[in-house]
Design a protein around this ligand. Structure first.
Ligand SMILES: [Zn+2]
Length: 138
């Protein structure tokens, strides 16, 4: 199996615990076996210490900012406009934002306590990839 190279941005996301769980596991596996990657990670950590850049900055420049909690709520209820719905799905499923995944999980639990919303809301977690649930058992 070939090691997939990690970018500085990914290493930075790892340090900020914002990498999707699967990717994080792969990176940790490679860190154990690669001196080069450890050096690279150390350099990224050093730059981070010096405030050279943060994940938040990168995300702002890449327009990958987190949707608000109320948008996430609308998303679960299926009342969000199509474009934003796609964005939330991309942001959480593809980008793998763990903050929003946690937020969604929290909102789902909240909605579960309100029986009247149970019928019409989206079943986000039933159809989503296992890694979202996996984020819990660290
Ligand atoms: Zn997010």
């Amino acid at each position: 199996m070939h090691d997939v190279p990690f970018t500085d941005d990914e290493l930075l996301a790892y340090l900020d615990e914002m990498l999707p769980v699967e990717k994080m596991a792969e990176l940790e596996r490679q860190l154990r076996s690669s001196d080069e990657l450890r050096r690279k990670a150390a350099a990224v950590a050093q730059r981070r210490e010096n405030g050279a850049h943060t994940v938040a900055q990168i995300w702002r420049t890449s327009r990958l900012s987190c949707p608000t909690r109320s948008r996430l709520g609308s998303f679960l209820l299926g009342t969000l406009e199509a474009e934003l719905t796609e964005y939330v799905e991309f942001h959480v499923r593809t980008v793998g934002c763990r903050y929003c995944a946690a937020n969604l999980q929290d909102l789902e639990a909240e909605l579960d306590r309100q029986p009247e919303t149970k019928q019409r809301r989206r079943k986000f977690y039933e159809s989503s990839a296992g890694y979202l649930r996996g984020a819990d058992d660290e």
